[in-house]
Design a protein around this ligand. Structure first.
Ligand SMILES: Cc1cc2nc3c(=O)[nH]c(=O)nc-3n(C[C@H](O)[C@H](O)[C@H](O)COP(=O)(O)O)c2cc1C
Length: 184
């Protein structure tokens, strides 16, 4: 059976890079599901990820028209409870704060509350250098690490906002390799 990876996309400019990661994972014979925050859908459409993963993309914990499918009635539980790895890419400062403090008010952080205890947890921070250096962000990142989340990046380099420093998301190929090595 194919390993199952759940990707949680949050609202950062690097969200477009997740398309490449999704495509690479599918090519590597991984069953990929995608959940997106509302903010993430402002940067890239769910359609891109449905097309690449050939699976439904969830963007809400409250579906418009509940049906008999379990991920439509209980999107906060499925596909999260079935995932072998859960990867938040990019992880915004906001998402990191929610994940570190057990929030459940969007489909990404709610999924994090429903994954199995042995599910691999990975987050890939990406943000402006000043956001990354804020004491509150540093504290939330530390908490996530203590809760067993594997952190990938960020790297130092040119940032989308025109500045440079730490905050640039790691490359899609590096992230893909780490995800693959966590599940195979
Ligand atoms: C153009 C633009 C780019 C943004 N890029 C980032 C980013 O890279 N990292 C980040 O933490 N927040 C970024 N933000 C702010 C987030 O979108 C905002 O905090 C949002 O509430 C995050 O929601 P989410 O964590 O639920 O997805 C950006 C906002 C805008 C308008």
């Amino acid at each position: 059976m194919k390993p199952k990876v759940l990707i949680g996309i949050t609202g950062g400019i690097a969200a477009y890079k997740v398309a490449e990661i999704t495509s690479q994972l599918v090519k590597a014979k991984v069953n990929v599901r995608v959940v997106m925050t509302e903010a993430a859908t402002k940067f890239i459409t769910p359609l891109t990820f449905s097309a690449l993963s050939q699976q439904k993309v969830l963007t809400s914990i409250f579906p418009n028209s509940p049906s008999g499918e379990k991920d439509v009635i209980y999107p906060h539980l499925y596909p999260a409870t079935e995932a072998d790895a859960f990867v938040v890419i990019p992880a915004t400062a906001n998402a990191i704060a929610k994940l570190a403090n057990g929030f459940g008010d969007d489909i990404v952080c709610c999924s994090a509350l429903s994954i199995k205890s042995d599910c691999k947890r990975i987050f890939c921070p990406a943000m402006n250098v000043q956001m990354w250096e804020q004491a509150v962000v540093r504290e939330n990142v530390k908490k996530l690490n203590q809760f067993g989340w594997h952190q990938i990046g960020p790297e130092k380099g040119r940032l989308a906002c025109g500045t440079s420093g730490y905050g640039r998301m790691s490359s899609p190929s590096a992230i893909t390799q780490i995800i693959l090595s966590s599940i195979f």
